[in-house]
Design a protein around this ligand. Structure first.
Ligand SMILES: NC(=O)c1ccc[n+]([C@@H]2O[C@H](COP(=O)([O-])OP(=O)(O)OC[C@H]3O[C@@H](n4cnc5c(N)ncnc54)[C@H](O)[C@@H]3O)[C@@H](O)[C@H]2O)c1
Length: 385
């Protein structure tokens, strides 16, 4: 056994198992039975206190095929999220797994009917939609959690612990983002890349994760202004797409960048790519008055860090570096996301990934789009919820 593998044993994180009452079952539905709904059903099926009662998809036959694929005998199927909510008065919760442009409407409809919602990321497409979602949530008193499973990764939690420990001092500059050399998602069609379904591209697909990683670590300060840029040189070029039709359908960003001023005198320099002629546009760095943290980028945003992180700081007057070992998360991130949502529903506890934070993430995505269209810096204004 090498030294590193011996040390790895000490890095394993052990979780205190929370008691789940299997007698108190939650009736759950899934709205949108596409690609990511598979990950939701795999996790729901592991939960002893969940009964999947209903499925909905706009495409005729799709929810039925999902039902058959996953042996969900008792589940009723519908042709829209609204129809599901109308016909299932006893349902406790839904996973909203629709494409980005259909996040706001079914979420608001479910909340307005007293149903708890686990909403896939990004929260939605525009800031206006995010405000409407937050208002519906507030009026309902129900749980709304946004599907950022990387939050549950032990390395992500470590980034937050490092910042909160004061080791870095006052944070003043952050660079984040990343992306793929080639990675425009077209797994089952054009729902990620068409304007009327995806709405936003790399920004909403992986940019929101990079923003959440750093904003969550520093306590989600309010964004004040943003200068944004976005482009689509790869997605619209048939040379880089599976076929000419996909290039013609491409209506979102494949690269975006933003310079954001945050409350507390912090600036955030961000860039994200679905495709580029580069390995990485840079590691994530969090710079503070007492130390800085470097988080290696990943080839493909996969919900963790790309390698051991490094803290640069002075020790007894000497410039030094401390390596932060990679931590292993003791459970599947999707299972943790689903379980934490169910626990919040059962206890009436706050959402594990609250909209009150993610609305700032959405405000930045929205601000980048608006600033890019206007060609100058804009102020971010978030109305009272
Ligand atoms: N958390 C993650 O790791 C992760 C990974 C992939 C995708 N996602 C997110 O999940 C969402 C869905 O992605 P996907 O890849 O499953 O897309 P998809 O296109 O494969 O599936 C979406 C499905 O929703 C259906 N739909 C749309 N509006 C509907 C409505 N109002 N009522 C009922 N059905 C409706 C569509 O017909 C489609 O079948 C996206 O927002 C994406 O960003 C998250």
């Amino acid at each position: 056994m090498s030294n590193s593998s011996i040390l790895d044993e000490f890095k394993t994180t052990h979780f205190a198992e929370e008691k789940i009452d299997p007698n108190r079952k939650l009736k759950v539905g899934i709205i949108g039975t596409g690609w990511i709904a598979d990950a939701h059903i795999v996790s729901y099926k592991k939960q002893p206190d969940v009964e999947i009662v209903a499925l909905a998809d706009l495409i005729p036959g799709k929810a039925d095929a999902f039902k058959a694929k996953w042996n969900l005998e008792g589940a009723r199927t519908y042709l829209s999220g609204d129809e599901l909510i109308d016909h299932e008065p006893d349902i406790d919760a839904v996973s909203v797994c629709t494409y980005n442009c259909q996040h706001a409407e079914p979420t608001i409809y479910a909340l307005n009917h007293g149903v708890n919602v686990l909403l896939e990321k990004p929260m939605c497409v525009t800031l206006d939609e995010a405000v409407a979602i937050c208002r519906a949530e507030k009026a309902s008193g129900k749980v709304l959690s946004i599907g950022f499973q990387p939050r549950f990764d032990e390395n992500m939690k470590m980034i937050k612990r490092i910042v909160e420990s004061g080791t870095l001092g006052k944070i003043y500059y952050i660079q984040t983002g990343g992306g793929r050399r080639r990675g425009i998602p077209t797994p089952f069609g054009t729902s990620f890349i068409a304007k009327d379904t995806g709405g936003i591209g790399a920004l909403g697909d992986i940019g929101c994760y990079s923003l959440d990683m750093v904003l969550n670590a520093i306590g989600y300060p309010k964004p004040l202004t943003v200068t944004g840029y976005k482009s689509a040189f790869f997605g619209t070029n048939p040379k880089y797409m599976p076929c000419k039709e996909y290039a013609e359908a491409f209506g979102v960003d494949d690269f975006a960048a933003g310079f954001v001023r945050l409350e507390g005198g912090i600036v955030l320099d961000f860039r994200i790519a679905w495709a580029m002629h580069l390995d990485t546009p840079g590691d994530t760095i969090i710079m503070g008055t007492e130390g800085s943290l470097r988080i290696p980028s990943t080839d493909c945003w996969n919900g963790s860090v790309g390698g051991a992180m490094t803290i640069y700081h002075d020790l007894c007057g000497t410039q030094t570096q401390t390596t932060v070992p990679i931590l292993r998360t003791g459970a599947d991130l999707f299972d943790l996301k689903i379980r934490s949502f169910l626990d919040a529903v059962k206890k009436g506890a706050p959402a594990p990934v609250p909209s009150s934070q993610i609305i700032y993430n959405q405000a930045i995505l929205d601000g980048i789009c608006r600033s890019a269209e206007l060609g100058h810096e804009i102020e971010i204004e978030i109305p009272e919820i």
